[in-house]
Every structure is written in structure tokens, then in C-alpha cells.
Design a protein around this ligand. Structure first.
Ligand SMILES: Nc1ncnc2c1ncn2[C@@H]1O[C@H](COP(=O)(O)OP(=O)(O)OP(=O)(O)O)[C@@H](O)[C@H]1O
Ligand SMILES: [Mg+2]
Length: 680
């Protein structure tokens, strides 16, 4: 008994405690709920204050939106028909709903359809009616599709295309709507507003992968592929290097600069905006595709890159033992060029000497001309190309000739003396000892005195130009801080003549300038710009915006953006196409080309502690892997094949390179068959 009552007691106690416990959890939940309600969540931040759904538009906060859908397509479509909409400078949300349909089901339906069509055809014939071409086309389309589906060459899809447009008022909404309607209308693609279904329409264009409108058309693989959105007419090709991302549609800016009218490029921006970065990145990628790069580098920015790719780094300064002799002649095989080689070099020397000793009176110029012809003559060099292989004179020979010349000669000689025996002697007055037989050559002129820089650039340019004329190859010549050349009419004219003639020698000239005003206020500077098919404008200082906008004929929108771009972003013009580009480098590339002092320190620190840095982007060991094989010594090649570094398998130059991280992959933006039939 006692036991029984004890048990009851226990039974009564249990519900009481359970009740209390549940009560407590309920209270806790309630408290938590109240607490959560009071916390600001992401939703609160992004949600509009109100949404008003009308039959023909939605008002979200203060903006208006309207969804349109495509209901009709023509019999055939061309690749990229969607691009004009994607590239339209309006805010549009586009959703493409693609649902695969099982071929078996389609085949059965098609069989029925073909049956019906053929029956109509037979009836028409029996009645003796005239032939109906539309009916015949429908039969042949359906038959063709059946064949392709049967063998699995094509597949079948349901395709829905919805667009939500935005505007600040209904008028703007109508305007954008009409724009889209007319653009698509030109390709015989018809749209309608999703009247009374605005909410469903809006939800269908959110990135949620829901299709609440369910308005779709049948398409086969070929037709569907024509709607691939990420194509920009001129800037996405199947060849060339990746320049960056198109900010407009997130497509790739990918092409070969040698396929344009000329391969020249100008890069303008204020200091630190990323000019050198962009150019180095392009150089690195072009190098991987077999082009040769020659750079004139006034800031010592290219050394890391040069070392990493196994290039030649030439330091030109009063103290260095690198010499370039401006009297060298090109060893060209072209008979016209060869006949003219001496004359051309003498004209170049006139320009150079004006830079060195200042302006000359016409009589002095005439005397100098005689002296130049004589000094070449004294070495047995005449206009006859056969004599051009003789050892060329040097500056001191000219000095001696001038002294003996009479007339203005001795006076000119004394002005020239500081370059032959004075402070500046030694650098340009000796035999050349530089070798340009490398895929990547850098002429570093940082340590050259300011006064000598334009002279140094001029001489280096001439040396390179002679080399370019001697053997034609895919080459890019980069002149960084080119405004220094624009300061003097002679060097400016020389740069312009290179820009004008580069194309014939398979050369692309890249001109980088920080001082936009200096460059563009010069007639020759503007001529260089006009002779460049590629133009990259990164962030400009507000003071330079006007002149840039005027020179490049920018739209107001482009002009307004120009001074606000972040580092590495800008306007990119190739021929007639304008895009906003974001220049992107892989971490390994960035390591090689950055001029950020902190990153550079980290990189060199990375060498010291190579083992301790876990990432593969760490530093120079990774850099070593990008030396193209034809630049490597046999030991390097051996070492690489023993390493397990994947880039060791890069094929030799001349064959297509393996897809390294910085060589853009082949895009599929262009289908080979650019016209495809829409399933009926
Ligand atoms: N696209 C980019 N992505 C990441 N970093 C970048 C990019 N472009 C530039 N930078 C960084 O910005 C800094 C300045 O770039 P860069 O040296 O190219 O400037 P610049 O325009 O050549 O300047 P200057 O005229 O002074 O030579 C560097 O530290 C570089 O690493
Ligand atoms: Mg720079």
C-alpha cells in the first residue's frame, strides 16, 4: 500500500516538473524571439520601405520596375543577339530560364507534328492548290530536327527570357521598355509586358532560379547557344591575351592587339593608378604567347619581372659599363631599307645632336651634315649597303672630324666635348656592347642624370628601332614615362615616327604617360595617340580630365567616371569599342609586377624564408616556373623536369602554350556555326 501511495506521489510530481520545464523553455523562446526582433538584420538593411504592386509596374521604394517577357522568336537567330541588351547602358535584370526536355518526348510530338504537316501537304496537292513554301519549310525543319535529336547531335530545351527594367518614373520606364522592344524587334524577337503578373515577373528575375511566369519557347542546342550573353562584339575573341574584365557585363576583354589596324597602345593615368601594372601584366601574358618585349624603364620598375622571365636587364648610366653607339647601322635585308640606312641614321643623328648640344643655326647644321658623312666615310661606310657591315665610327671620331672641318666645325666640337671627354663621356661614345637576343629586354635609365634621360631614351629607342628593322618579329616596345620624350621636339618627332611605322615591322609601341597634359598639349603627342588603336585611360587627376575627354572624344558619362576609378580600373578603347575594364592579375603575376613597396618587401622576405611560406604564390620559386622554355638554360630545363612544377611541361615556343594561369582560356563566346535554327 505504502509502496502504491509512494508511486502515485511520484506520478504527480513528474508532470509538475515537466510542466515547469516546458514553461521555462517557452519563456526562453519567447524572450529570444523578442530579442531577435529587436536586432537589425541584413534584411532590414536591404529591404525597401514599401512595395506597391500594380498591374503594369511595381513601385519599390521610390523606383519603378516592370517585367517583360519574350514570346516570339524568328526562324533563325544570330550569335550574340542578346549582347545589345546586355551592353545597353540601362539597369536591367535579365533572367534566362533553361529547362532540358527529354528528347524522347519531343520526338514523339515531332512525329505527330510531321504527320499533321504532311497530311496538310497531301490535301493541298489533292485539291490542286498552288505550292505553299511555308509548309514545305516547316516539314523540312521538323524532319531535320528529328534526325538530329534521334542521333543525339542536338538536345531540346524550354527557354524563357524575362527582363526587369527600372526607372525613376513611369516615363523613364516606358522609354527603356521601348528601347528594348525595338532592339529585339530588329532581330524579329517580340516582347510583351507581364501585365497583372508583375510580382511573379519581378520574382522570376531575382537570382533565385525560380520561374513563376512559365512563359517559355522550345529551342534546340544550336539556337540556345546563340543567346550566350557574355560577348562584346570586338573585345572577346578566341585568340590573344586577357586584358581584364569588362565591368559592363562581366565578360572578358580578350583579344590580340596585333589583329587591329596597328598594334600601338597608349596608357594615360595619374601616378599610382596602375599604368605600369597593366602594361607589365600584358607583357607577361604576351611573352607567354611568343612575343618579344623590349622596355624602356625610367623608374626601375621592371627588374623583378625581367629576372623572373629570364630576360636581359641593361642598366644605362654614367657608371655602368653598358654602351650603345648611336652610329650603329641596321643590318637590314630589305633592299630599300638598306639603301636608305645611312641617310636615315644621319637624320637621326642630327636629331640626337640637337638634343645633346642644343639648337644649331642652319650653317652649323650644314657643317655637321658634312662632318657626319665624312666620319662614316673615314670608316669606309657609304650609301652602298655592302659597306654597312664595316665597323661604325664612335662619337670621338665625330669630334675629331669636326675639329678638322673648319667653318663652324671647331665651335660645334667644343660643344660636343663634354660627351667625348667630359663628365658625360664614356656612355654613348663607345662601341655598343648590348645584346638584344633575348625575349625580354629592359633598358633601365633610372640612374641616368635627368639632363641625360631624353638623350638616353632617344639612343636606346634608335638602337631598338634598328634592331626591329633588322629582323621582323612579333614585338612590343614599351616606353614608360614617355612624356619625358615629348618635352623636346626632336625626341617627340622620333617617337611619332616609330608609332607611324611600327605596324610594317610587326611592332606594337606601348606609350605610358603620367603627365597627360604635357603629352597631349604637344601636336606630336596627339599624333601618337591617333596612331594607337588601343587606348587605356585609368584614373585621371581632375585637372587632366578636360584635355583627356577632349582628345579621346569621351561621352559625358565616361568623362565623369574618369577621375573616380579605383586603382586598376579604367576605360579601354580598342578600335571603336569602348569598355570599362578591370585589370586583374593572378596572385603569382601580382607578385612579379607589383610596385607596392610592402608587397615587394614581403616578396623578398619570402625568398629568405621560402620554406616557411605555405602558399604557392609565395615568391620567387614560383616565379622561376614561368620562364618560357626557349629562354631557359639546359640546366634550368633539367631542373624543371625534375621538379614536379606543372609549368615545366610548357611546350616550346612556336607551339600553342599550355593554359598557364595568366593565359586566358579559349572562350566559347562565338559558336562556330553562328546561325542556328529555332525549333518550331
Ligand atoms: N589591377 C591592379 N590590381 C592590383 N593592384 C594594382 C593594380 N594596378 C595597380 N596596382 C597596384 O597599385 C600600385 C601602383 O601601380 P603602378 O605602379 O602600376 O602605378 P603607375 O600608374 O605606373 O604609377 P607611376 O606613374 O607612379 O609609375 C602598385 O602597388 C600596384 O601593385
Ligand atoms: Mg609606373
Amino acid at each position: 500500500m505504502a509502496r502504491g501511495s509512494k508511486m502515485r506521489k511520484h506520478d504527480q510530481a513528474a508532470p509538475a516538473t515537466i510542466q515547469a520545464a516546458t514553461q521555462q523553455t517557452v519563456e526562453q523562446h519567447e524572450a529570444e524571439r523578442i530579442y531577435r526582433e529587436g536586432v537589425v538584420s541584413l534584411r532590414d538593411i536591404i529591404a525597401p520601405s514599401s512595395i506597391e504592386i500594380e498591374s503594369n509596374y511595381i513601385k519599390i521604394g521610390r523606383r519603378f520596375a516592370r517585367t517583360m517577357f519574350v514570346f516570339g522568336y524568328p526562324r533563325s537567330l544570330f550569335t550574340g543577339w542578346l549582347s545589345p541588351i546586355i551592353n545597353l547602358d540601362e539597369i536591367i535584370d535579365i533572367s534566362l530560364n533553361i529547362v532540358p526536355v527529354e528528347s524522347r518526348v519531343v520526338l514523339e510530338n515531332l512525329k505527330k507534328k510531321v504527320g499533321q504537316l504532311e497530311a496538310s501537304y497531301a490535301i493541298n496537292q489533292e485539291k490542286g492548290k498552288v505550292r505553299d513554301p511555308g509548309l514545305e519549310a516547316a516539314i523540312s525543319d521538323a524532319e531535320e530536327l528529328r534526325d538530329k535529336l534521334q542521333v543525339g547531335e542536338e538536345r531540346f530545351f524550354r527557354f524563357g527570357l524575362y527582363l526587369t527594367i527600372y526607372g525613376k518614373d513611369l516615363e523613364e520606364l516606358d522609354l527603356v521598355g521601348r528601347k528594348i522592344e525595338s532592339i529585339l524587334g530588329t532581330s524579329l524577337i517580340y516582347t510583351k509586358n507581364a501585365t497583372i503578373q508583375m510580382e511573379q515577373g519581378f520574382n522570376s528575375t531575382l537570382p533565385l532560379a525560380t520561374d513563376m511566369l512559365q512563359i517559355s519557347r522550345n529551342m534546340n542546342t544550336g539556337s540556345l547557344s546563340t543567346s550566350f550573353p557574355f560577348t562584346t562584339a570586338d573585345l572577346s575573341r578566341n585568340e590573344g591575351v586577357l586584358y581584364g574584365l569588362n565591368r559592363h557585363n562581366n565578360g572578358l576583354v580578350l583579344f590580340d592587339r596585333f589583329s587591329l589596324e596597328n598594334a600601338n597602345m597608349v596608357v594615360f593615368a595619374k601616378s599610382g593608378a596602375g599604368k605600369s601594372f597593366a602594361v607589365k601584366l600584358e607583357s607577361l601574358r604576351l611573352l607567354m604567347l611568343g612575343a618579344e618585349i623590349i622596355t624602356i624603364d625610367p623608374e626601375n620598375e621592371y627588374q623583378t619581372l625581367c629576372d623572373a622571365v629570364g630576360g636581359t636587364f641593361l642598366r644605362i648610366s654614367l657608371a655602368s659599363d653598358t654602351h650603345i653607339n648611336p652610329f650603329d647601322l641596321p643590318q637590314t635585308v630589305d633592299p630599300d631599307e638598306a639603301d636608305n640606312a645611312l641617310r636615315a641614321n644621319i637624320i637621326m643623328l642630327h636629331g640626337l645632336l640637337r638634343l645633346m648640344i642644343g639648337k644649331m643655326a642652319p650653317s652649323e647644321e650644314a657643317d655637321l651634315d658634312v662632318a657626319l658623312i665624312n666620319v662614316y666615310g673615314s670608316k669606309g661606310i657609304t650609301n652602298d649597303p655592302m659597306t654597312h657591315t664595316a665597323e661604325p665610327p664612335v662619337m670621338i671620331d665625330l669630334y675629331k672630324t669636326l675639329i678638322q672641318l673648319g667653318g663652324a666645325g671647331p665651335a660645334l666640337a667644343s660643344r660636343l666635348r663634354r660627351f667625348t671627354e667630359g663628365t658625360f663621356s664614356g656612355i654613348f661614345s663607345q662601341k655598343s656592347n648590348v645584346d638584344l637576343n633575348s625575349k625580354f629586354v629592359v633598358f633601365n635609365i633610372r640612374d641616368l642624370e635627368d639632363e641625360l634621360r631624353p638623350i638616353g631614351m632617344y639612343i636606346a629607342l634608335n638602337y631598338i628601332w634598328n634592331r626591329v628593322k633588322t629582323d621582323k618579329r612579333r614585338r612590343v616596345l614599351v616606353v614608360d614615362e614617355a612624356w619625358q620624350l615629348m618635352k623636346y621636339p626632336d625626341s617627340a618627332a622620333f617617337l611619332f615616327s616609330i608609332a607611324k611605322r611600327a605596324r610594317k615591322y610587326y611592332l606594337g609601341l606601348t606609350t605610358i604617360s603620367q603627365d597627360v597634359e604635357d603629352f597631349l598639349s604637344n601636336r606630336l603627342g596627339r599624333a601618337v595617340v591617333n596612331n594607337s588603336s588601343l587606348q587605356l585611360l585609368l584614373k585621371q587627376s581632375p585637372a587632366a580630365v578636360d584635355i583627356v575627354a577632349e582628345t579621346f572624344k569621351l561621352t559625358t558619362e565616361e568623362r565623369d567616371r574618369l577621375s573616380q576609378f579605383p586603382v586598376g580600373e579604367g576605360l579601354f578603347f580598342a578600335g571603336l569599342s569602348h569598355v570599362i575594364i578591370r585589370i586583374l592579375a593572378s596572385p603569382t603575376e601580382e607578385q612579379l609586377i607589383t610596385t607596392n613597396p610592402q608587397q615587394m618587401l614581403e616578396a623578398t622576405g619570402g625568398v629568405a624564408a621560402a620554406g616557411s611560406v605555405g602558399s604557392d604564390t609565395a615568391a620567387v620559386p614560383a616565379a622561376a616556373t614561368i620562364i618560357p622554355p626557349d629562354l631557359q638554360t639546359p640546366e634550368q630545363q633539367m631542373a624543371q623536369t625534375q621538379d614536379s612544377v606543372p609549368a615545366a611541361s610548357t611546350p616550346p615556343a612556336g607551339t600553342a602554350p599550355a593554359p598557364a594561369p595568366f593565359v586566358a582560356p579559349q572562350t566559347q563566346t562565338q559558336t562556330t556555326d553562328n546561325q542556328a535554327h529555332v525549333g518550331s
